[in-house]
Design a protein around this ligand. Structure first.
Ligand code: 5GP
Length: 123
């Protein structure tokens, strides 16, 4: 199934981040509260690469936040808190991939935190 099919059809309960949330796949947790979990990316694209995910099921991509600005705002707020916790004082980048052209590979909404060194250009 293509990424675009994955983010437009029924939420896949077996996606990797759903399995991390259920505890079926271990993770290197850096932050957790009642609504969010954050962990180190398994294939870091920067010296520090953390992924933040909402614990809520059914959110396949950033498109599913269109009607939930409160959760979207809280996700960014939590990411900035984690960046402070991880001492990314010289700067960092927040990225959300949506769909095939953006390279989204896991159909559970997530926010990347990249930092720990000078980052390359976007796009
Ligand atoms: P996307 O490409 O969908 O925006 O981001 C998905 C991210 O999840 C990728 O950066 C990828 O390296 C990461 N990832 C995939 N599988 C695992 C895993 O099992 N554990 C962790 N910690 N990260 C994963």
């Amino acid at each position: 199934m293509s990424t675009n099919e994955q983010i437009t059809s029924k939420y896949d309960d077996d996606n990797i981040f759903a399995k991390i949330l259920s505890g079926d796949i271990p993770n290197d947790t850096v932050y957790e509260d009642d609504r969010f979990l954050a962990f180190h990316d398994i294939a870091p694209a920067a010296p520090v690469h953390i992924v933040v995910i909402p614990k809520a099921s059914g959110l396949r991509s950033p498109r599913d936040l269109e009607d939930n600005p409160e959760l979207a705002g809280k996700l960014v707020s939590v990411a900035t808190k984690i960046a402070s916790q991880e001492n990314l004082d010289s700067g960092y980048r927040l990225i959300m991939n949506c769909g095939e052209h953006a390279g989204q590979s896991v159909p559970h909404v997530h926010l990347h935190i990249l930092g720990g060194g000078t980052l390359g250009p976007l796009g």
